[in-house]
Ligand binder design. Structure first.
Ligand SMILES: C[S@@+](CC[C@H](N)C(=O)[O-])C[C@H]1O[C@@H](n2cnc3c(N)ncnc32)[C@H](O)[C@@H]1O
Length: 373
């Protein structure tokens, strides 16, 4: 039988989805410890209070460093009872909603206390259709200062309100690399800088899923200069298979074609095909490319852009060669090389007959990130 602190076996599937109760495995906790070891003088930590405001059964609280005080909070009363017994009542545990009244007083902290937040908060997009049959939109009250449709972003905003000096947290990589998500990090991104990180796959949580997405284990430090999106595009993201990538090395398809319905933008007389709305690489794995019928998700393809949409259609055939950590990026392209063989992309898309030049193009484009080299 699994220990209750490893899986939320005291909850129903519905509660697990709504509260995001996917507890952190020991292997990922080790990554957190390494990030702390490598970036912080650990002898100074005994001056810090360690807090996990969504601690579940407390997996992230037993660190191999000495802290002044250790506090765990969770909205799940049963999880807190398990944590109390598990840690023999050594740490301070409390049962409340960490996103409602967000203040240091709730944790009996003064403004002088140095705070180190650790966490794997629920990253549950309350509006997304995935598992929507069991999702409850308003599961609990959320302070308007941290309101967001994704609970994980609300938690990051709450850490900023608590003015933690360090935050070591697991969250989807998409919060940083998708510009709209990054912008919704508001005051968090203005007050914190990513100082080190490692990317792992959501498969580490052994969720049953058709496609896994990248999760970043990120160490942030409070910094008056914060971070802007330019910082993120130049940041070298390290992955758990000793690879790394930075977004500025890639040229994205969105620079050349419309990803979203463009009915009002294009000259309807020049339309030669229709394409399904494009999101990121993970979404492309599941979605259609060229479509016959018109629909609200249709993107109109004009003659002069046709080869680029064929490019996306062909890219989809090579996605399985990309590692999981590219899942939240847009389709990328080497535009000059593509231009020189654009006809080959059209031919492959229309006939599905493989072509060595296209194989070579993708071997070069994916480089060391090609899974099947
Ligand atoms: C992904 S689990 C992480 C638990 C633990 N930190 C770990 O890493 O194993 C997320 C936890 O957040 C808790 N949670 C969700 N919403 C919360 C809220 N508003 N306030 C406090 N805890 C919350 C859930 O009950 C769940 O235990």
């Amino acid at each position: 039988m699994q220990h209750k602190w490893k899986v939320a076996s005291h909850l129903t599937k519905k509660d697990i989805v709504n509260y995001g109760s996917f507890y952190t495995p020991e292997k990922l906790k080790k990554y957190i410890e390494n990030l702390i070891y490598e970036n912080i003088n650990v002898t100074t930590l005994d001056d810090f209070v360690l807090l996990d405001s969504s601690c579940g059964t407390g997996n992230l609280l037993s660190m191999p460093f000495k802290f002044k005080k250790i506090i765990g909070v969770d909205i799940d009363k049963d999880a807190i009872e398990i944590a109390k017994v598990r840690f023999n009542h050594q740490f301070y545990f409390n049962n409340f909603n960490a996103l409602e009244n967000i203040s240091r007083d709730n944790y009996q902290l003064t403004c002088q206390d140095k705070l180190f937040i650790v966490g794997n908060p629920p990253y549950n997009d309350r509006t997304s259709i995935i598992q929507s049959y069991i999702k409850t939109y308003n599961i609990y009250n959320i302070n308007p200062l941290v309101m967001h449709r994704d609970l994980g972003i609300s938690f990051l905003l709450s850490y900023n309100l608590l003015k933690a000096e360090y935050i070591c947290v697991l969250h989807p990589l998409s919060y940083l690399i998708k510009k709209s998500n990054f912008n919704s990090l508001g005051a968090f991104k203005e007050n914190y800088k990513l100082i080190d990180s490692i990317i792992v796959s959501s498969s580490e949580f052994s969720l049953n899923s058709l496609s896994y997405f990248p999760i970043i284990i990120a160490l942030y430090k409070r910094d008056v200069n914060g971070m802007n999106y330019d910082f993120i595009t130049h940041y070298k993201f390290k992955t758990n298979n000793n690879n790394s990538f930075s977004i500025d090395k890639y040229d994205f398809i969105s620079k050349y074609i419309d990803k979203y319905p463009n009915k009002n933008k294009v000259d309807t007389e020049n339309i030669v095909a229709k394409f399904y709305t494009m999101r990121d690489i993970n979404a492309l794995k599941r979605s259609k490319t060229f479509i016959n019928e018109d629909c609200s998700n249709a993107v109109y393809v004009t003659k002069n852009k046709y080869s680029l949409y064929c490019y996306v259609d062909v890219f989809k055939k090579y996605i399985h060669k990309l590692p999981y950590y590219f899942g939240n990026l847009d389709v990328f392209i080497d535009y000059d090389k593509f231009k020189s063989i654009a006809q080959e992309f059209i031919a492959y898309s229309e006939t599905n007959i493989k072509n060595q030049k296209i194989d070579d193009y993708f071997i070069e484009l994916f480089g060391e990130n090609n899974e099947n080299l």
